[in-house]
Design a protein around this ligand. Sequence first.
Ligand SMILES: [Zn+2]
Length: 291
Amino acid sequence: MKRIRIPTLTVAEALGYCVESIRDANLVARLTAQSMSLNAAEEDYRLKGSNSQLYLIQETDSVGAQVTLEEMKSIYSNTFARKGSPARHMYDELRASAPGGICPLCGQRVVSTLDHHLAKSKHAVFSITPINLVPACKDCNTDSQARRPLHAGEQTLHPYFDSVDEEQWLVCQILAGAPPVVQFLAVPSAAWSDDKQSIVRRHFQVFKLGELYSTHAAVELINVYQDLVESSELQSPQEISLHLLSIAARRRRPLVNSWQAAMYQALADSEWFCTGGYLEISNSSLLQGLE
Ligand SMILES: [Zn+2]
């Protein structure tokens, strides 16, 4: 999970652009009359978000009993996110805020949408609030529907507020086999609060990061295999281990919890792998049919 800069866009701006293209004068009047409550809710969100307390926010099926949840959902889809609408530049700006266009929730796939951190089906008041709209890939946007936190520790990470890259928490295990299997686990620092540890584990589970990273790692293992069997310098288990360790250190520099860093570290630490286990990669289904 990568932290990204919190948007400076506000719900007041979103409201201003949305009402420009709503033709129903009655809806515009009801919506505009709720601008104070939308602003107040945004302030509350900002405060709770920075204290990992968004789970305390009550679900709302209307905005001030004046604008319904269905109307807010429609305003999001047909006004805020609609291509060519006056508000669409805000949608585009939020979507483009993820560095490199990479989804901050999984750190792997490409951003293609905005995810409502507090679901728009449960929180009418945050349908068009920029700090509730996180750039995401399609899969993470779907997986996020599993979120319904009742306690602090059941929350997932919020890329605008939470930072978890000051310490290593992503750990990898190599299972001896033909081919070897690479598994990932979330093992947060014991120095973190119980809630923070639990949030990291929950995020890892909800967004199925273990499966995602294992799939990519199986592909990366093919590269490792080619490197090791073709190298004339890497002969002894110790040379192989040091080589893998140096790759782990390089991969960790830009991102402490990159799966690549965790994987190379685990490969370097595996005596089985370095003493010839790596040859078992030749049994990978990814290599079958190629020779
Ligand atoms: Zn994603």
